[in-house]
Structures are given as structure tokens and as C-alpha cells.
Design a protein around this ligand. Sequence first.
Ligand SMILES: C[S@@+](CC[C@H](N)C(=O)[O-])C[C@H]1O[C@@H](n2cnc3c(N)ncnc32)[C@H](O)[C@@H]1O
Ligand code: SF4
Length: 403
Amino acid sequence: MDKHKTATRATTSVVTTPDLGSIYINVQPWVLTISDNLHATFSFDCEGRTLGCFLDGGNYRFGLSGDILLKIAASPPAPKLRRLLSDAEAARLRATVYARVVRIVAGITHALSDDVRGWLALILEWDEDRALVNRRMFQSTYLPISIVPPDQYRALVLQMTEGCSWNRCTFCSFYRDRRFRIKSPAVLQHHIQQVKALLGRGIGMRRSIFLGDANALIVPQQRLRELLQVVRDELPAQDMYAFLDIFGAEQKTTDEYAELRTYGVRRVYIGLESGDEAVFNLLNKPGSPQQCVTTIERIKAAGIQVGIILLAGVGGASLAPQHVAQSLAALAAMGLDAGDLVYISPLIVSDDSGYAHRAHELGIVPLSPSALDSQMDDLKAGARTATQGHPRVALYHIEEWLY
Ligand SMILES: C[S@@+](CC[C@H](N)C(=O)[O-])C[C@H]1O[C@@H](n2cnc3c(N)ncnc32)[C@H](O)[C@@H]1O
Ligand code: SF4
């Protein structure tokens, strides 16, 4: 493939050989997929980096970080299996994929166009050494990317800030490994240049920019302007998205939000978690459900969309009715519309979390798996009714995230 070009339209070629059977090569503008007799598929970005594969019933997603997430569908009511591979398993899988692709490429290369042959040659440069170099480059570019919202899984993440300025919610351990820090414009610029070098042309498949980490827009407006300008200069014309906690969101005026919009900020994601005061108070979150509702009005008045996240299962069995009722009431009061989103995130509780201790002290019994499923259904259906079907309502599985 020409180093400066990517495919501009989708094409599929099928090559059939006695040894290999039918091999399908699908080329999209930024992704090439090889299907081995429609039994196994392997996809790659335009630097040749593996993005994912379906193999022997497993769906593997390969992160830029070098981590690999395995998902196996199960028949309900059994839960879907999701787990990160160990380093040894990841190395074995990379070796398997590499060997399969080497064999396929050797058997079909004669029948392909120069462009596709060029892309396949890039894929074959990714042996184990290259994968390890990429992992080290990732680690010198980013701190772990703990989470982004599901609609931003294909975003380019920039750690404009690191960590969470609050970092004390009882249920959330995403940023416990780091102190909150705001990068200077020069450090941010260097970070973006490292990100560009890491991704190479693979940056083309990143559809937006997600500003990390937990509440990037909490930065005071004057400093924020300078930082957003650095992003604009380095990556013009990309829409920007970010998380913001309720208290941080409350700090800005409508005019300040409107200014963020001019820099390309399109949506902010806020964890309301619960509209019920008693449930909310278990979480040690800054702000309150009522503050969240009034702040959302201000953000939306500035033309910025919102993504509201609710936790399912929080408050256990005893607080379930009020958690659902008050959360839906809060959503109804927000005046959400078509560009907004509502996410329902099933609560994952670790035994040593502040939430687990508090719930134990208060005698809160967790929901059974079937009660949790039914609460998720109630929240989903109720959210659609409460918002008159305008925003998209979807599940948010924090264990499905990988960057
Ligand atoms: C980065 S966090 C929150 C963003 C922002 N700092 C805030 O507080 O609104 C993103 C979301 O992940 C979800 N989350 C965090 N920890 C979780 C857990 N243990 N189980 C399920 N969801 C969790 C919460 O809904 C949270 O709002
Ligand atoms: S939920 Fe948000 S504010 Fe609370 S600790 Fe996690 S990232 Fe920080």
C-alpha cells in the first residue's frame, strides 16, 4: 500500500485455493478484514495493527495498549463472559493470528491488487517484537485509559488531565492509581505528538476526540481555552467529548459552555448514578441529583449535548423502588432530546470498596442477578418513557471497555 494513501471505498475480494479454501479480504477506508472461510476473521488498521478477531467461538478485541479482551456470548440467563487475557495468553493469541495470516497471505497474495498486497505486507511486520515495542510506546504515551462512554469507543483519547479531581466516590476505583493533574499546554502538545506517532495512519479510524481523564473540563476556563486551542491546532476539525462530575459541571456558566462549544466540545457525560437522595448519599459523589438537573439545563442551553449515566443495582433491594422512581423523575426533568444519551451501568462492587462497607453497615442486600436484570429493564423502558423517546438509551458495561 502506498504509505500516504488509504483505501477510499469498501471492496471485497474472494480468493479460493485448494489448500486454503475461500479467503475473503474486505477493505474499508481504515480497516482491512480477512475472513478465513467465514469461520475465523481478523481485522487490522492501516498500520497493520490487529484490531480484533473471531476465533474458535471467541471474540477478541485487541487494544492499542496491547491488552486483549475476550468476549464469549452465552445463552441467557447465563451471563456473557468478558475477561482480559493474561500476558501469556495474549502472546499465544498474537502468535496464532500471525501464523494464520502468514499462511493465508502466502497462499493468496498473487491474486490481489498492489494496494491490498501492500496492506498485508504491513500486517506481517507486526511480529511479537513489534507488538512489545508498541506496548512500551503506549505506556510512555498514556496512563491507563480507565474508561470512556460506549459511543466513544472509537475515539482518540487525549489525557489533557490525569486522574479525577475528586477521586473519592465509594463505588469508583478508576483513578485510584494516580493523582489529579492538569497538563500544561506544552506538555499536552508533546502528549498529542506522541499519540500521533503511536497511532500513525491508524489515527484515521478514530472518529472523535475524548478528553481524559475523569473530569477534564473542570479546568478553569482561561487554562482550558489554552489547552483546547492546543488540541485544535494539533487535530483540527475533530469533535470533542469528555466526562464531567456534577460539582465540576456546576462551576461553569452557560456562556462558558457556549465558548467550549466553539472549540468543538459536543457532549459531556455526567454520572448522575441515582436520582434518589438516599441512594446518591451512599456514593460520596460531589453534588446532588437536584444540582445535576439544573446544571444539565445550563449545559444544554449552551448547545452542548449530555450523556447521563445511571447505576443499576445501586441501593440494593430495599432502596430499589425509590432509586428507579427518582432516577426516572430526574431524567424527565432534564428536557433531554435527540442528541443526548442515557446509559445504564450495572454496578460492579468489589468487597473492599467504600460502597460495599457502607451497604453492609446499613444492611443493604444486593439485588439478585434476575432482580438486577429486571431493574435494568425498568430503567431502560422507564428512561425512554420519561424522556419521550428522544435520547438514545443503552447499556454501559464497564467491563467491555478496552483502549
Ligand atoms: C469516569 S466515571 C464518571 C465520570 C464523572 N467523573 C462523574 O463522576 O460523573 C464514568 C461512569 O462509570 C460508571 N462506574 C464507575 N464505577 C463503576 C462501578 N464500580 N460499577 C459500575 N459502573 C461504574 C459510573 O456510572 C460513572 O459515572
Ligand atoms: S465517579 Fe467520577 S467523580 Fe467519582 S471518583 Fe469516579 S471519576 Fe471521580
